[in-house]
Design a protein around this ligand. Structure first.
Ligand code: ADE
Length: 228
């Protein structure tokens, strides 16, 4: 079973429409679309924006559907010159850039219970995803993806995340999903198409390019699922 999570409707609706033998199942506030995607057993769900919504959804999905693989699909702000709008960031680890117990002597971003800063994401899935991005004629970059409960829209915040974590993209859910996956021993990958530059232009760029970016992440997610 492949679990696919997106934060916003625009990030999951095309995947849900592409499913066959699909049924909608309600668990608490979440509506899981379970069926076949590209011929594979899959469940696709919208978690809502932010790390808490994402963690609640990931844990519910893990407990109810016992996935072998979790894929987080959606859009992100770029933190590197290597990624522009429409390009795809493929995770090589996930960090929670807003988790801060440095005042107690911990490294920035140390995740309690996981007891690490960089939450692992699956290397084999990442390599497959990179192949899919290239096969679809898009530009990809492999790297750490940073999550936090903040829409990053200033050069200062952006620089701080890059300096502290060396991340290539920022969003608001991926590391929470990776956290839940890590605690349950589930393979996970984060696939994010770039919607904005995580700077002062983002409040205008994000709404303008979100649909295009979401379409790219959907395309790559479908291509990846075909290979599984
Ligand atoms: N998702 C897309 N763009 C983002 C940004 N700039 N900050 C946080 N999450 C995002």
């Amino acid at each position: 079973m492949i679990g696919i999570i997106g934060a916003m409707k625009i990030e999951v609706e095309a995947l849900q429409s592409a499913m066959e033998d699909v049924r909608a199942e309600q668990v608490g506030n979440l509506t899981f679309f379970a069926g076949k995607l590209e011929g594979k057993d899959a469940v696709v769900v919208k978690c809502g924006i932010g790390k808490v919504n994402a963690a609640l959804c990931a844990q519910t999905l893990i407990l109810c559907y016992h996935p072998d693989i979790l894929i987080n699909t959606g859009v992100a702000g770029t933190l590197t010159d290597k990624l522009s709008v429409g390009d795809v960031a493929v995770s090589q680890g996930a960090v929670q850039h807003d988790l801060d117990t440095t005042a107690l002597g911990d490294p920035a971003g140390l995740v309690p219970e996981a007891n690490r800063v960089v939450l692992p994401t699956d290397e084999e899935l990442a390599q497959k995803a990179l192949g899919c991005v290239r096969a679809e004629g898009l530009n990809a970059c492999l790297g750490v993806i940073a999550s936090g409960d903040v829409f990053v829209s200033s050069p200062e915040k952006k620089a701080e995340i890059v300096r502290t974590f060396g991340a290539v993209a920022c969003e608001m859910e991926g590391a929470a999903i990776a956290h839940a996956a890590f605690l349950s021993g589930v393979r996970v990958l984060n696939l994010r198409a770039i919607s904005d530059s995580a700077n002062g232009d983002s409040p205008v760029d994000f709404p303008a390019f979100c649909r295009k970016a979401a379409a790219h992440s959907t395309r790559i997610t479908r291509a990846l699922v075909r290979t599984l």
